[in-house]
Design a binder for this molecule. Structure first.
Ligand code: CP3
Length: 356
Protein backbone atom coordinates (compact mmCIF):
# COMPACT_ATOMS: atom_id res chain seq x y z
CA UNK A 1 0.00 0.00 0.00
CA UNK A 2 1.66 3.19 -1.11
CA UNK A 3 -0.85 5.63 0.32
CA UNK A 4 0.30 7.47 3.42
CA UNK A 5 -3.37 7.67 4.31
CA UNK A 6 -3.64 3.91 4.60
CA UNK A 7 -3.74 3.91 8.39
CA UNK A 8 -6.33 6.62 8.63
CA UNK A 9 -8.34 5.19 5.75
CA UNK A 10 -9.15 2.07 7.67
CA UNK A 11 -11.11 4.37 9.94
CA UNK A 12 -13.07 6.27 7.28
CA UNK A 13 -16.76 5.84 8.03
CA UNK A 14 -17.33 4.86 4.41
CA UNK A 15 -14.74 2.05 4.45
CA UNK A 16 -16.02 0.86 7.84
CA UNK A 17 -19.62 0.71 6.65
CA UNK A 18 -18.53 -1.14 3.49
CA UNK A 19 -16.91 -3.76 5.74
CA UNK A 20 -20.02 -3.90 7.97
CA UNK A 21 -18.16 -2.55 10.97
CA UNK A 22 -19.49 -0.05 13.52
CA UNK A 23 -19.38 3.59 12.40
CA UNK A 24 -19.46 6.98 14.16
CA UNK A 25 -22.28 7.98 11.78
CA UNK A 26 -23.93 6.61 8.66
CA UNK A 27 -21.63 7.59 5.79
CA UNK A 28 -23.22 9.37 2.84
CA UNK A 29 -22.05 10.42 -0.60
CA UNK A 30 -23.85 10.94 -3.89
CA UNK A 31 -23.24 9.39 -7.27
CA UNK A 32 -22.62 12.29 -9.71
CA UNK A 33 -22.11 14.63 -6.74
CA UNK A 34 -19.66 16.60 -8.89
CA UNK A 35 -21.57 18.06 -11.74
CA UNK A 36 -23.96 20.49 -13.23
CA UNK A 37 -26.07 20.98 -10.10
CA UNK A 38 -23.12 22.87 -8.53
CA UNK A 39 -22.59 26.50 -9.61
CA UNK A 40 -18.90 26.22 -8.70
CA UNK A 41 -18.69 23.20 -11.05
CA UNK A 42 -20.20 25.12 -13.94
CA UNK A 43 -17.83 28.03 -13.23
CA UNK A 44 -14.69 25.86 -13.03
CA UNK A 45 -15.60 23.66 -16.02
CA UNK A 46 -16.09 26.52 -18.47
CA UNK A 47 -17.00 25.46 -21.99
CA UNK A 48 -14.46 22.70 -22.73
CA UNK A 49 -15.35 19.04 -23.21
CA UNK A 50 -15.58 16.74 -20.23
CA UNK A 51 -12.71 14.54 -21.40
CA UNK A 52 -10.49 17.66 -21.54
CA UNK A 53 -11.48 18.55 -17.97
CA UNK A 54 -10.68 15.00 -16.86
CA UNK A 55 -7.27 15.19 -18.58
CA UNK A 56 -6.35 18.33 -16.60
CA UNK A 57 -5.24 16.95 -13.20
CA UNK A 58 -5.49 20.22 -11.26
CA UNK A 59 -9.00 20.88 -12.60
CA UNK A 60 -10.13 17.27 -12.10
CA UNK A 61 -8.84 17.37 -8.50
CA UNK A 62 -10.70 20.63 -7.87
CA UNK A 63 -13.95 19.17 -9.29
CA UNK A 64 -13.43 16.09 -7.11
CA UNK A 65 -13.13 18.22 -3.98
CA UNK A 66 -15.95 20.71 -4.61
CA UNK A 67 -18.78 18.44 -3.38
CA UNK A 68 -16.83 17.52 -0.25
CA UNK A 69 -16.47 21.19 0.67
CA UNK A 70 -20.06 22.00 -0.23
CA UNK A 71 -21.90 19.03 1.24
CA UNK A 72 -19.65 17.55 3.93
CA UNK A 73 -20.06 14.11 2.35
CA UNK A 74 -17.99 11.16 3.60
CA UNK A 75 -16.40 10.51 0.22
CA UNK A 76 -15.02 12.24 -2.81
CA UNK A 77 -15.45 10.39 -6.09
CA UNK A 78 -12.61 10.95 -8.48
CA UNK A 79 -13.70 13.26 -11.28
CA UNK A 80 -13.35 11.05 -14.33
CA UNK A 81 -15.62 8.91 -16.51
CA UNK A 82 -16.14 5.22 -17.21
CA UNK A 83 -15.09 5.69 -20.83
CA UNK A 84 -11.71 7.27 -20.05
CA UNK A 85 -9.65 4.06 -20.53
CA UNK A 86 -11.39 3.36 -23.87
CA UNK A 87 -10.77 6.92 -24.98
CA UNK A 88 -7.17 6.72 -23.79
CA UNK A 89 -6.31 3.61 -25.81
CA UNK A 90 -7.67 5.33 -28.91
CA UNK A 91 -10.82 3.30 -29.50
CA UNK A 92 -12.52 6.46 -30.70
CA UNK A 93 -14.89 7.20 -27.83
CA UNK A 94 -15.99 10.78 -27.18
CA UNK A 95 -18.54 12.19 -24.72
CA UNK A 96 -21.24 14.31 -26.33
CA UNK A 97 -22.69 17.01 -24.06
CA UNK A 98 -26.21 16.14 -22.94
CA UNK A 99 -26.03 12.73 -24.63
CA UNK A 100 -23.16 10.71 -23.23
CA UNK A 101 -20.48 8.45 -24.72
CA UNK A 102 -20.47 7.97 -28.49
CA UNK A 103 -18.25 5.69 -30.55
CA UNK A 104 -17.34 6.70 -34.11
CA UNK A 105 -16.73 3.11 -35.23
CA UNK A 106 -18.67 0.70 -33.02
CA UNK A 107 -17.51 -2.81 -32.16
CA UNK A 108 -19.15 -5.17 -34.66
CA UNK A 109 -16.87 -8.12 -35.35
CA UNK A 110 -13.88 -10.16 -34.23
CA UNK A 111 -11.49 -7.90 -36.11
CA UNK A 112 -12.45 -5.08 -33.70
CA UNK A 113 -10.78 -6.97 -30.84
CA UNK A 114 -7.44 -5.74 -32.18
CA UNK A 115 -8.57 -2.17 -31.46
CA UNK A 116 -8.93 -3.04 -27.76
CA UNK A 117 -5.29 -3.13 -26.79
CA UNK A 118 -4.35 -3.45 -23.09
CA UNK A 119 -4.75 -0.28 -21.04
CA UNK A 120 -1.61 0.85 -19.22
CA UNK A 121 -2.94 3.51 -16.84
CA UNK A 122 0.29 5.30 -15.96
CA UNK A 123 1.17 5.64 -19.68
CA UNK A 124 -2.19 5.96 -21.40
CA UNK A 125 -3.98 8.17 -18.84
CA UNK A 126 -1.42 9.41 -16.29
CA UNK A 127 -3.70 12.35 -15.51
CA UNK A 128 -6.15 10.11 -13.60
CA UNK A 129 -3.59 9.11 -10.99
CA UNK A 130 -2.22 12.65 -10.89
CA UNK A 131 -5.70 14.04 -10.15
CA UNK A 132 -6.17 11.48 -7.38
CA UNK A 133 -2.81 12.36 -5.84
CA UNK A 134 -3.64 16.07 -5.81
CA UNK A 135 -7.15 15.47 -4.41
CA UNK A 136 -5.90 13.18 -1.64
CA UNK A 137 -3.53 15.88 -0.39
CA UNK A 138 -6.51 18.11 0.41
CA UNK A 139 -8.85 15.45 1.79
CA UNK A 140 -9.29 14.97 5.53
CA UNK A 141 -8.18 11.44 6.49
CA UNK A 142 -11.71 10.41 7.43
CA UNK A 143 -13.02 11.28 3.94
CA UNK A 144 -12.67 8.36 1.53
CA UNK A 145 -11.66 8.71 -2.10
CA UNK A 146 -13.80 6.51 -4.35
CA UNK A 147 -12.09 5.27 -7.49
CA UNK A 148 -14.31 3.75 -10.17
CA UNK A 149 -14.56 1.96 -13.48
CA UNK A 150 -17.26 0.82 -15.85
CA UNK A 151 -18.19 -2.84 -15.56
CA UNK A 152 -17.63 -4.92 -18.71
CA UNK A 153 -21.29 -5.19 -19.76
CA UNK A 154 -21.95 -1.45 -19.48
CA UNK A 155 -18.74 -0.54 -21.33
CA UNK A 156 -19.50 -3.14 -24.01
CA UNK A 157 -22.96 -1.66 -24.44
CA UNK A 158 -21.43 1.69 -25.48
CA UNK A 159 -18.89 0.02 -27.77
CA UNK A 160 -21.43 -2.15 -29.55
CA UNK A 161 -24.37 0.26 -29.65
CA UNK A 162 -22.15 3.19 -30.61
CA UNK A 163 -23.79 5.41 -28.00
CA UNK A 164 -26.55 5.50 -25.41
CA UNK A 165 -29.36 3.06 -26.21
CA UNK A 166 -32.94 2.48 -25.19
CA UNK A 167 -33.28 -1.15 -26.25
CA UNK A 168 -29.69 -2.45 -26.12
CA UNK A 169 -30.73 -4.61 -29.10
CA UNK A 170 -27.31 -4.64 -30.76
CA UNK A 171 -25.38 -5.63 -27.68
CA UNK A 172 -27.90 -8.35 -26.83
CA UNK A 173 -27.79 -9.60 -30.41
CA UNK A 174 -24.01 -9.89 -30.29
CA UNK A 175 -24.21 -11.92 -27.07
CA UNK A 176 -26.68 -14.33 -28.59
CA UNK A 177 -25.09 -14.57 -32.02
CA UNK A 178 -21.48 -15.03 -30.97
CA UNK A 179 -21.00 -15.87 -27.28
CA UNK A 180 -17.31 -16.61 -27.77
CA UNK A 181 -16.69 -13.18 -29.33
CA UNK A 182 -18.67 -11.67 -26.45
CA UNK A 183 -16.46 -13.49 -23.93
CA UNK A 184 -13.31 -12.21 -25.63
CA UNK A 185 -14.68 -8.65 -25.67
CA UNK A 186 -15.72 -8.53 -22.01
CA UNK A 187 -12.53 -10.25 -20.88
CA UNK A 188 -10.56 -7.36 -22.35
CA UNK A 189 -12.89 -4.84 -20.78
CA UNK A 190 -12.54 -6.60 -17.42
CA UNK A 191 -8.76 -6.37 -17.59
CA UNK A 192 -9.06 -2.71 -18.55
CA UNK A 193 -11.31 -1.98 -15.55
CA UNK A 194 -9.03 -3.92 -13.21
CA UNK A 195 -5.94 -2.04 -14.41
CA UNK A 196 -7.75 1.27 -14.06
CA UNK A 197 -8.95 0.54 -10.52
CA UNK A 198 -5.52 -0.67 -9.42
CA UNK A 199 -3.91 2.56 -10.65
CA UNK A 200 -6.51 4.64 -8.81
CA UNK A 201 -5.84 2.73 -5.60
CA UNK A 202 -2.09 3.19 -6.02
CA UNK A 203 -2.79 6.92 -6.34
CA UNK A 204 -4.86 7.03 -3.14
CA UNK A 205 -8.38 5.72 -3.77
CA UNK A 206 -9.59 3.91 -0.66
CA UNK A 207 -12.87 2.42 -1.94
CA UNK A 208 -13.65 1.34 -5.51
CA UNK A 209 -16.98 1.23 -7.30
CA UNK A 210 -17.79 -0.72 -10.41
CA UNK A 211 -20.61 0.89 -12.38
CA UNK A 212 -22.70 -1.67 -14.26
CA UNK A 213 -25.23 1.05 -14.88
CA UNK A 214 -27.17 -0.66 -17.65
CA UNK A 215 -27.06 -4.30 -16.44
CA UNK A 216 -30.74 -3.97 -15.51
CA UNK A 217 -31.71 -4.61 -19.15
CA UNK A 218 -30.57 -8.22 -18.74
CA UNK A 219 -32.64 -11.14 -17.46
CA UNK A 220 -31.13 -12.99 -14.48
CA UNK A 221 -30.08 -15.83 -16.80
CA UNK A 222 -28.42 -13.40 -19.23
CA UNK A 223 -26.74 -11.55 -16.39
CA UNK A 224 -25.38 -14.79 -14.97
CA UNK A 225 -24.05 -15.99 -18.32
CA UNK A 226 -22.83 -12.75 -19.90
CA UNK A 227 -22.22 -10.03 -17.31
CA UNK A 228 -21.42 -11.73 -14.01
CA UNK A 229 -18.28 -13.69 -15.09
CA UNK A 230 -16.32 -10.65 -16.35
CA UNK A 231 -17.50 -8.67 -13.33
CA UNK A 232 -16.12 -11.41 -11.06
CA UNK A 233 -12.88 -11.19 -13.04
CA UNK A 234 -12.54 -7.47 -12.26
CA UNK A 235 -13.36 -7.87 -8.59
CA UNK A 236 -11.02 -10.84 -8.20
CA UNK A 237 -8.19 -8.75 -9.60
CA UNK A 238 -9.10 -5.91 -7.25
CA UNK A 239 -9.31 -8.03 -4.09
CA UNK A 240 -5.52 -8.08 -3.36
CA UNK A 241 -5.55 -4.27 -3.32
CA UNK A 242 -7.26 -4.48 0.06
CA UNK A 243 -9.91 -1.81 -0.48
CA UNK A 244 -13.65 -2.43 -0.29
CA UNK A 245 -15.56 -2.67 -3.57
CA UNK A 246 -19.08 -1.58 -4.49
CA UNK A 247 -21.03 -3.05 -7.42
CA UNK A 248 -23.85 -0.83 -8.65
CA UNK A 249 -26.40 -0.92 -11.44
CA UNK A 250 -29.76 0.63 -12.30
CA UNK A 251 -32.96 -1.43 -12.55
CA UNK A 252 -31.21 -4.44 -11.05
CA UNK A 253 -33.92 -5.53 -8.59
CA UNK A 254 -34.14 -9.00 -10.14
CA UNK A 255 -30.34 -9.27 -10.29
CA UNK A 256 -29.42 -8.36 -6.72
CA UNK A 257 -28.88 -11.94 -5.51
CA UNK A 258 -26.59 -12.62 -8.48
CA UNK A 259 -24.72 -9.33 -8.02
CA UNK A 260 -24.03 -10.37 -4.43
CA UNK A 261 -21.98 -13.26 -5.85
CA UNK A 262 -19.65 -10.99 -7.86
CA UNK A 263 -17.10 -10.48 -5.10
CA UNK A 264 -17.81 -6.91 -4.01
CA UNK A 265 -18.27 -6.09 -0.32
CA UNK A 266 -21.14 -3.72 -1.12
CA UNK A 267 -24.14 -3.99 -3.44
CA UNK A 268 -25.50 -0.69 -4.71
CA UNK A 269 -29.29 -0.57 -4.95
CA UNK A 270 -31.33 1.76 -7.14
CA UNK A 271 -34.50 3.40 -5.83
CA UNK A 272 -36.96 0.83 -7.17
CA UNK A 273 -36.38 -1.82 -4.48
CA UNK A 274 -36.88 -0.82 -0.83
CA UNK A 275 -33.69 -1.47 1.14
CA UNK A 276 -35.27 -4.02 3.49
CA UNK A 277 -36.39 -6.02 0.44
CA UNK A 278 -32.92 -5.56 -1.12
CA UNK A 279 -31.47 -6.94 2.12
CA UNK A 280 -33.64 -10.05 1.76
CA UNK A 281 -32.40 -10.53 -1.81
CA UNK A 282 -28.73 -9.85 -1.10
CA UNK A 283 -28.49 -11.67 2.24
CA UNK A 284 -26.56 -10.73 5.38
CA UNK A 285 -23.00 -10.89 4.06
CA UNK A 286 -22.84 -7.60 2.15
CA UNK A 287 -23.24 -3.95 2.93
CA UNK A 288 -25.89 -2.08 0.95
CA UNK A 289 -25.52 1.32 -0.67
CA UNK A 290 -28.49 3.49 -1.54
CA UNK A 291 -31.18 4.32 -2.30
CA UNK A 292 -33.14 7.58 -2.22
CA UNK A 293 -34.83 8.33 -5.54
CA UNK A 294 -32.77 11.14 -7.16
CA UNK A 295 -36.00 12.81 -8.27
CA UNK A 296 -37.14 13.00 -4.63
CA UNK A 297 -34.42 15.63 -4.15
CA UNK A 298 -36.43 17.99 -6.38
CA UNK A 299 -39.28 18.06 -3.81
CA UNK A 300 -39.61 20.45 -0.86
CA UNK A 301 -37.21 19.42 1.91
CA UNK A 302 -39.91 18.02 4.21
CA UNK A 303 -40.68 15.46 1.49
CA UNK A 304 -36.97 14.72 0.95
CA UNK A 305 -36.60 14.24 4.72
CA UNK A 306 -39.57 11.88 4.90
CA UNK A 307 -38.26 9.70 2.07
CA UNK A 308 -34.68 9.77 3.43
CA UNK A 309 -35.96 8.66 6.87
CA UNK A 310 -37.79 5.81 5.19
CA UNK A 311 -34.51 4.70 3.58
CA UNK A 312 -32.75 4.88 6.97
CA UNK A 313 -35.54 2.94 8.67
CA UNK A 314 -35.42 0.17 6.05
CA UNK A 315 -31.62 0.02 6.35
CA UNK A 316 -32.20 -1.03 9.95
CA UNK A 317 -29.67 -0.90 12.76
CA UNK A 318 -27.22 -3.67 11.89
CA UNK A 319 -23.91 -2.42 10.42
CA UNK A 320 -23.45 -2.09 6.67
CA UNK A 321 -25.34 0.83 5.18
CA UNK A 322 -23.88 3.55 2.96
CA UNK A 323 -26.45 6.23 2.24
CA UNK A 324 -26.57 7.33 -1.39
CA UNK A 325 -29.12 8.12 -4.05
CA UNK A 326 -30.50 5.28 -6.18
CA UNK A 327 -28.66 6.80 -9.17
CA UNK A 328 -26.85 10.05 -9.96
CA UNK A 329 -27.73 13.56 -8.78
CA UNK A 330 -30.03 15.21 -11.33
CA UNK A 331 -28.57 18.44 -12.76
CA UNK A 332 -31.59 20.48 -11.62
CA UNK A 333 -31.10 19.51 -7.94
CA UNK A 334 -30.81 22.38 -5.46
CA UNK A 335 -27.41 21.93 -3.74
CA UNK A 336 -28.96 23.21 -0.48
CA UNK A 337 -31.21 20.15 -0.40
CA UNK A 338 -28.20 17.82 -0.60
CA UNK A 339 -26.39 19.70 2.20
CA UNK A 340 -29.45 19.35 4.43
CA UNK A 341 -29.76 15.69 3.46
CA UNK A 342 -26.16 14.99 4.55
CA UNK A 343 -26.91 16.61 7.92
CA UNK A 344 -30.04 14.52 8.34
CA UNK A 345 -28.27 11.24 7.51
CA UNK A 346 -25.39 12.04 9.86
CA UNK A 347 -27.79 12.91 12.67
CA UNK A 348 -30.34 10.14 12.21
CA UNK A 349 -28.61 7.17 10.53
CA UNK A 350 -28.60 4.10 12.82
CA UNK A 351 -26.99 1.19 10.92
CA UNK A 352 -24.05 0.10 13.06
CA UNK A 353 -23.79 3.58 14.61
CA UNK A 354 -21.83 3.62 17.87
CA UNK A 355 -23.51 5.27 20.86
CA UNK A 356 -22.49 8.93 21.02
O1 CP3 B 1 -19.38 13.07 -9.15
C1 CP3 B 1 -19.27 12.25 -10.05
O2 CP3 B 1 -19.85 11.17 -10.03
C2 CP3 B 1 -18.41 12.67 -11.21
C3 CP3 B 1 -17.59 11.63 -11.86
C4 CP3 B 1 -18.32 10.80 -12.90
C5 CP3 B 1 -18.63 11.22 -14.23
N1 CP3 B 1 -19.12 10.15 -14.91
C6 CP3 B 1 -18.41 12.57 -14.80
C7 CP3 B 1 -19.37 12.99 -15.85
C8 CP3 B 1 -18.71 9.48 -12.78
C9 CP3 B 1 -18.66 8.58 -11.55
C10 CP3 B 1 -19.20 9.08 -14.06
C11 CP3 B 1 -19.61 7.68 -14.34
C12 CP3 B 1 -20.36 7.39 -15.55
N2 CP3 B 1 -20.20 7.92 -16.81
C13 CP3 B 1 -21.36 6.40 -15.64
C14 CP3 B 1 -21.79 5.54 -14.49
C15 CP3 B 1 -22.66 6.31 -13.56
C16 CP3 B 1 -24.08 6.40 -14.00
O3 CP3 B 1 -24.56 7.52 -14.14
O4 CP3 B 1 -24.72 5.36 -14.16
C17 CP3 B 1 -21.83 6.37 -16.95
C18 CP3 B 1 -22.94 5.49 -17.48
C19 CP3 B 1 -21.08 7.33 -17.69
C20 CP3 B 1 -21.18 7.67 -19.13
C21 CP3 B 1 -21.61 9.09 -19.26
N3 CP3 B 1 -20.74 10.18 -19.22
C22 CP3 B 1 -22.93 9.59 -19.33
C23 CP3 B 1 -24.18 8.74 -19.42
C24 CP3 B 1 -22.83 11.00 -19.33
C25 CP3 B 1 -23.97 11.98 -19.24
C26 CP3 B 1 -24.28 12.73 -20.47
C27 CP3 B 1 -24.98 14.02 -20.05
O5 CP3 B 1 -24.47 15.06 -20.39
O6 CP3 B 1 -26.01 13.93 -19.36
C28 CP3 B 1 -21.46 11.34 -19.26
C29 CP3 B 1 -20.88 12.69 -19.18
C30 CP3 B 1 -20.47 13.08 -17.81
N4 CP3 B 1 -19.56 12.37 -17.07
C31 CP3 B 1 -20.89 14.21 -17.05
C32 CP3 B 1 -20.20 14.16 -15.83
C33 CP3 B 1 -20.25 15.17 -14.72
C34 CP3 B 1 -21.91 15.27 -17.50
C35 CP3 B 1 -21.40 16.14 -18.58
C36 CP3 B 1 -20.66 17.38 -18.15
O7 CP3 B 1 -20.74 17.86 -17.00
O8 CP3 B 1 -19.99 17.91 -19.05
Amino acid sequence: MSSVRAGADAASPLALACLRRPVPHTPVWFMRQAGRSLPEYRAARGTGGILDAIADPALAAELTLQPVRRYGVDAAILFSDIVVPLHAIGFGVEVEPGRGPVVAEPFTSRSDLARLRPFVPEEDAPYVGQAATIAVRDLAPEVALVGFAGAPFTLASYLVEGGPSRTFARVKSLMRADPSLWDALVERLADMAAASLAAQVRAGATVVQLFDSWAGVLTPAEYERFALPPTCRVLEAVRPLGVPGVLFGVGTGELLALMARAGAEVVGVDWRVPLDEARRRVGPDHALQGNLDPSACLAPFEVVAREARDVLRRAGSTPGHVFNLGHGVLPETDPGVLSALVELVHAEGRAGVLPR
